[in-house]
Design a protein around this ligand. Structure first.
Ligand SMILES: C[S@@+](CC[C@H](N)C(=O)[O-])C[C@H]1O[C@@H](n2cnc3c(N)ncnc32)[C@H](O)[C@@H]1O
Length: 394
């Protein structure tokens, strides 16, 4: 281990950080051998041989994760034809596992509270097909715009809607009743105030208003007093034909218990220290920037407070009996098990659940039983922490 650590190009401050957090530094050199992963767009199975020919390598099926294939670490897919044509997604297998942990069923209404840039949201949407709905929320406009581009590229957006919003206060319910979108009478009554089919060419007035909002928004942060800005909705997302009053309706907690989301993913903002490819980028960015983006951030309470708030609000929007998955690509205890413990202490209706599918996954248990940790050495994936909760009736 000492030999491996000595070979790392990691600065001492980061090594100290890893030691303090009980993180094995040998996960970083493992980048040389950790495979990359792709997920096939459903319907592209027939093109496997063409895809292999285009990216010039054999795809290895990931037996524990349907639709996923591994590639040697040096293979780049971004300029390949199948990637540009939307036949394959670049997504780590651990991220795929976090989505599978949600156990999505046909017709589910799913909330993805930190959605951008959207690899998991696309997977959720593909699992739903043309049933249910996906609501993606993110506070960063440019990142959520990239998510919209991804949905359009893969033609996966039909049941999706995307809101720029603060996930700690987001309150919009899923649209369970789509009858408004087929009722002409209703559409006529609400004509002035009703969402029509989404188009990238927004009416002039709306574009002007959005541009004004952008100017006023302090950098990327959304004003808490504004309604969340809807930047995309698909034809079957339940938004078409809905009035703005209906969309932004405030609901009581008892309504949420029955009509809230069936599944919620909180893939929370974190220090990304488990993402080996992210950490590798500091070689280009300059290791000194690691201090601000990882080390100081981890030391500050702001990040863990944000994570707890995102988890708490995501859980608030869940219906009774629904499931929530909390994940981060940090491997520190403070951003994972500690957040889970604080949340369970404060939320009497929350119960930590075993992730049943995980019996076949190459990961280990977190410090709290039923939570999971993926890392490059154990799992041959990027680092990820995953915990699953259900909402009890109290
Ligand atoms: C780990 S990334 C999510 C990755 C995403 N789930 C995916 O699969 O592509 C965390 C995201 O949280 C967003 N974020 C940070 N603070 C937020 C907040 N208060 N509300 C909503 N999103 C937030 C960031 O902009 C970032 O896009």
């Amino acid at each position: 281990m000492e030999e491996e650590t000595a070979k790392l190009p990691l600065p001492d401050t980061f090594l100290e950080f890893l030691q303090t957090n009980g993180i094995d530094p040998s996960i970083y050199p493992a980048i040389e051998t950790t495979p990359r992963y792709i997920r096939l767009k459903p319907g592209s199975e027939a093109y496997i041989e063409d895809i292999e020919a285009e990216i010039k390598c054999k795809l290895q099926k990931v037996n524990w994760l349907p639709g996923f294939y591994s590639l040697p670490p040096h293979i780049q897919i971004a300029n390949s034809k199948p990637y540009k044509e939307g036949k394959i997604y670049g997504i780590d297998a651990a991220s795929g596992a976090a989505v599978l942990a949600l156990d999505i069923s046909v017709g589910d209404h799913v909330l993805d509270l930190c959605a951008a840039p959207g690899a998991k949201l696309c997977m959720i949407s593909d699992l739903l097909g043309d049933s249910g709905s996906v609501t993606g929320v993110d506070i960063a406009r440019h990142r959520l715009a990239a998510c919209r581009t991804m949905l359009q590229k893969y033609a996966s957006g039909d049941v999706c809607r995307l809101f720029i919003a603060d996930g700690t206060t987001f309150s919009i319910m899923p649209v369970r009743d789509h009858s408004h979108s087929i009722s002409c009478e209703y559409a006529l009554e609400e004509k002035q105030d009703t969402f029509r089919e989404w188009s990238s060419r927004r009416p002039w007035k709306e574009r002007k208003r959005a541009a004004r909002a952008r100017e006023h928004a302090a950098s990327i942060v959304v004003s808490e007093t504004d309604h969340p800005e809807l930047i995309f909705y698909g034809q079957a997302s339940g938004v078409v034909g809905l009035s703005k009053t209906e969309l932004y309706r405030i609901v009581s907690s008892s309504e949420v218990s029955s009509y809230g989301y069936d599944k919620v993913l909180v893939d929370a903002e974190c220090t990304h220290d488990g993402s080996i490819r992210h950490i590798q980028k500091f070689e280009h960015w300059g290791w000194e920037t690691l201090d601000d983006r990882v080390l100081n951030a981890e030391r500050s309470d702001i990040l863990t407070t944000l994570q707890l708030k995102l988890l708490t609000n995501g859980f608030r929007l869940l219906r009774v009996g629904g499931s929530l998955v909390y994940s981060t690509c940090s491997l520190t205890v403070s951003q994972n098990e500690d957040v889970v413990e604080r949340f369970l202490k404060e939320s009497s209706s929350a119960e930590l659940r075993e992730i049943v599918a995980a019996k076949d996954w190459p990961c280990k248990s977190g410090r709290i039983p039923k939570t999971l940790r993926f890392d490059p050495v154990t799992s041959q994936t990027s680092g990820l922490f995953v915990a699953k909760f259900t909402k009890l009736a109290v």
